[in-house]
Design a binder for this molecule. Structure first.
Ligand SMILES: [Fe+2]
Length: 485
């Protein structure tokens, strides 16, 4: 059964912008659909919800639309007893509400110049709309929608997708939350950082399992930085100071030009879970940029020294290859190529030495793992093939092997979470689920269910979504037994 909960007329014409049409084009209906049609089957031990955040703009952009600009919309599929239901809902951010009232776009986008006449915006730039469109995590019984430029965390009912308001962590939130906050599955704590063009340029924060901010520490870095992700182990958190950041000279004059400095080092801050700036130990390796971490854990090496191991996707060429003369669209696409390779960093806590090692030369990104094991040693990662998101690679980092599943011609999906099956024992005992967009059927969505132990095999089930699910960003799998309804 399909219920249209609301319908908003999409008021956009931008025929030359690929991020506003085709598989990226926004949808206007918010629907609920139960008993979805399935080809194959939905395993009865697949129980929980798969939420995916992404941009879904409503109004004609003021300038050149960037894929990151669109209002956040969450698409979710819930599996239970061999059946599936689907919902999609916009995140009712303050910017969403204000523009709906004004009936036009108020804030400029990422490709535009700041507009002093526009109301103050959000993010480190202070002039963009906080769309909450980037990541979604599950903590303290709610989903939190997060934004890549550090924004306000929006609390979402994980089942109905209703926006419940801004999560302030019992009034403790000092500033903002980065896109990639991390939930420690052992303690239930939420760990996050935020960054800003104003001091403190980087902060580190811990939220208790019941939602209170219990730790806040400014971390010294030499200037405004643009870290995107962090890592943690049972005892330590790892923050990043990487040499891709706004040109400081231009920034002083109010211009934001992201620049890569290959002559600088990559720096990793390792600090205890409840540590402050004075506890930080910095580890240095060669210049790089990292969007997404796979996982980190603690090990004792052959010399008996404690080490932190961190697997992450190392960007191959952080400086975009397109020149200004190629035009704005080419530059935007160059920045969005996300070409990265799986790498391992080791931080030796006894000697202070750091090393990095390429684990695979294939281009992959959007890594996911069995999140129940985040912070402890993991063997498997599920990465998307880049730059076209045409398939998924399952890595076995202990054996040094990989296995691939290709979605098929014209089909694409990005971050695909691992969903443990009910009663799972092994790390890869479960499924990988993926919202697949299909150029051959652009007005229909699909969720495929892959057997994580046989990722290269045919999908166990193909669940039909009765409307398009535009290509989006990050995801979360919420085990059914953890969901509060
Ligand atoms: Fe991200």
């Amino acid at each position: 059964m399909l219920t249209v909960e609301s319908e908003i007329a999409i008021d956009i014409t931008a025929p030359d912008n690929p991020f506003l049409r085709g598989l990226f084009g926004p949808v206007g209906r918010e629907i609920t659909a139960d008993n979805l049609e399935v080809e194959g089957e939905i395993p009865r031990d697949l129980y929980g919800s798969y939420l995916r955040n992404g941009p879904n703009p409503i109004f004609q952009p003021r300038g050149r639309y960037h894929w990151f600009d669109g209002d956040g919309m969450i698409h979710a599929i819930h599996f239970e007893n061999g059946r599936a239901s689907y919902r999609n809902r916009w995140i009712r951010t303050e910017g969403f509400v204000a523009e709906r009232q004004a009936r036009h776009a108020i804030w400029p986008g990422l490709m535009d110049k700041p507009d002093p006449s526009a109301p103050r915006g959000a993010g480190s730039d202070g002039w963009l709309k906080d769309t909450a469109n980037t990541d979604v995590v599950y903590h303290n019984g709610h989903a939190l929608a997060l934004w890549y430029q550090c924004g306000l965390p929006y609390k979402i009912d994980a089942f109905t997708l209703e926006t419940l308001g801004i999560e302030t962590f019992s009034g403790g939130l000092k500033r903002a939350v980065s896109a990639h906050a991390k939930v420690d599955p052992q303690t239930g704590e939420l760990l996050f950082f935020d960054y800003s063009t104003h001091a403190p340029f980087l902060t580190y924060n811990v939220v208790s399992p019941n939602g209170e901010l219990i730790h806040h520490a400014p971390i010294d870095v030499p200037g405004p930085r643009l870290p995107h992700d962090m890592a943690f182990t049972p005892r330590y958190s790892i923050l990043m100071d990487l040499p891709l950041f706004w040109d400081p000279e231009l920034l002083r004059r109010g211009a934001h030009k992201v620049t890569f400095y290959p002559e600088m080092q990559s720096r990793f801050a390792v600090l205890p879970r409840m540590g402050t700036n004075t506890d930080v130990r910095w580890f240095e390796t060669s210049a790089c940029y990292i969007y997404h971490v796979v996982n980190a854990w603690e090990e004792t090496n052959s010399a008996g020294a404690d080490e932190i191991v961190m697997d992450a996707c190392r960007v191959v060429q952080p400086e975009p290859s397109a020149r200004r003369a190629d035009g704005e669209l080419a530059r935007m696409k160059a920045f969005l190529r996300l070409e990265a390779q799986l790498c391992r960093w080791r931080f030796n806590l006894a000697t202070g030495a750091a090393s990095e090692e390429l684990l695979d030369d294939a281009r992959t990104e959007w890594p996911t793992i069995n999140r129940a094991r985040m912070g402890r040693r993991t063997r498997y990662a599920y990465n998307s093939c880049v730059p076209h998101f045409e398939g998924i690679v399952k890595y076995d980092v202990e054996r040094g092997s990989s296995e691939k599943y290709l979605f098929g011609p014209g089909r694409t999906a990005n971050e695909c979470p691992f969903a443990p099956r009910l009663g799972a024992r092994d790390e890869d005992d479960g499924y990988v689920v993926a919202f697949v967009a299909d150029a051959n059927q652009p007005e229909r969505g699909e969720v495929i269910i892959l057997d994580a132990k046989n990722i290269g095999g045919a999908p166990i089930g193909r669940v039909k979504i009765p409307q398009r699910v535009p290509v989006g960003f990050h995801t979360v799998w919420i085990p059914g037994e953890q969901m509060r309804t």
